[in-house]
Design a protein around this ligand. Structure first.
Ligand SMILES: Cc1cc2nc3c(=O)[nH]c(=O)nc-3n(C[C@H](O)[C@H](O)[C@H](O)COP(=O)(O)O)c2cc1C
Length: 345
């Protein structure tokens, strides 16, 4: 029986090829941060309020001015076709049907235009800034991706800033995972060889000059960087450690969230991802100042189990758990979910 996100994890593992499973599930190094993303939630306690009318709980909100029916969004993850042949197109369909928003990865196995066509709701584009192997300074391919995203109707550019190079995931290495024949990074022309660019704050100014879409930085973990982000005019920050896949031993996202929220002080929207598996996790993140959360792996599990239907079910399960947690903690609106609702360790 699949009645929570953990059940979807087990069912996805049973269905997927071991190499692809290792790719989805692993973290870097000793996976300290990967575990911390979950364990940190278990140390926070909720301080519920009683005798509040919670006969209806309203989960609607907006992100960058875009209405969504719940504060739960889809994080960018690569290679959805490893989970299901329809890949990112199925995810985009399910996101809209569940009343929320999908972030499509630069490393998608369907092109950003195909995803936009399949989408039934709003969508954001996650940008990895790459350069050709032979020219560190050539940003023209990334510029073309931004132009394509604008033309295809993406509503924000999510720049991932925690990946100037990619983390080494040893479980994936041991499983000798390789992209199966026929699957490719669909946004890249076949003959283009690139590597990640080592971005600096100057590049954020460059991006700002390139597009009028909202710019959201993904992968901020400190108050210092949050202040710089605001100073560089970004519209949003995703507190994230890339699901424990970049630098090991950094804080759990939920641990880093309070200092970022305090430093931003309302000057842009703050979101978080990493380890969200329960409605109570979402509630804690909202209480600590996140406007919304994003989920990564659970979407891939839903996709592996049942394509678009599985993704929709995962989103509905989490939504229903959040609604239940709000009701039992005396919150009938998202506005009433405040810092007093949680007790930190
Ligand atoms: C298999 C996999 C692929 C990912 N690919 C990307 C990516 O292409 N771009 C990106 O910014 N983040 C990527 N991430 C990180 C997610 O956006 C997100 O930060 C993370 O998955 C959240 O943690 P969770 O999986 O515990 O929900 C990936 C994560 C996983 C598990």
């Amino acid at each position: 029986m699949l009645i929570n996100l953990h059940d979807y994890e087990a069912a996805a593992e049973a269905r997927m090829e071991p190499g692809a499973w290792a790719y989805y599930s692993s973290g870097v190094g000793d996976e300290v941060t990967l575990r911390a993303n979950r364990e940190a939630f278990a140390r926070i306690r909720i301080r519920p309020r009683m005798l509040v009318d919670v006969s209806t709980c309203d989960l609607h909100t907006t992100v960058q001015g875009i209405p969504v029916t719940m504060p739960i969004l889809i994080a960018p993850t690569a290679a959805h076709c490893l989970a299901h042949p329809e890949g990112e197109c199925a995810t985009a369909l399910a996101a809209g049907e569940a009343g929320t928003l999908m972030t499509a990865s630069t490393s998608a196995t369907r092109s950003l235009e195909e995803i936009a066509t399949a989408a039934t709701g709003p969508f954001w584009y996650q940008l990895y800034v790459d350069h050709p192997l032979e020219d560190l300074t050539d940003r023209s391919f990334s510029e073309s991706l931004v132009r394509r995203a604008e033309a295809a109707g993406y509503r924000a550019i999510v720049v991932t800033v925690d990946a100037p190079r990619f983390g080494v995931k040893e479980r994936e290495e041991r499983a000798q995972f390789e992209m199966p024949e026929g699957l490719s990074m669909a946004n890249y022309p076949g003959d283009l060889e690139t590597e990640p660019a080592s971005l600096t704050w100057n590049d954020i100014a460059w991006l700002r000059s390139l597009t009028s879409l909202p710019i959201i930085l993904k992968g901020i973990l400190t108050a210092e960087d949050a202040v710089l982000a605001v100073e560089h005019g970004v519209d949003g920050i995703i507190v994230s450690n890339h699901g424990g896949r970049q630098l090991d031993c950094v804080p759990a996202s939920i641990e880093a969230l309070p200092e970022v929220v305090a430093a931003v002080n309302g000057r842009c929207e703050v979101y978080m991802d990493g380890g969200i598996r329960r409605g109570t996790d979402v509630l804690m993140a909202l209480a600590l100042g996140a406007r919304a959360v994003l989920i990564g792996r659970p979407v891939l599990w839903g996709l592996a189990v049942d394509g678009a239907d599985g993704v929709r079910r995962v989103l509905h399960l989490l939504r229903d758990e959040l609604e239940q947690a709000m009701a039992l903690s005396g919150c009938s609106t998202l506005a009433s979910v405040g810092a007093a609702l949680v007790k930190l360790p």
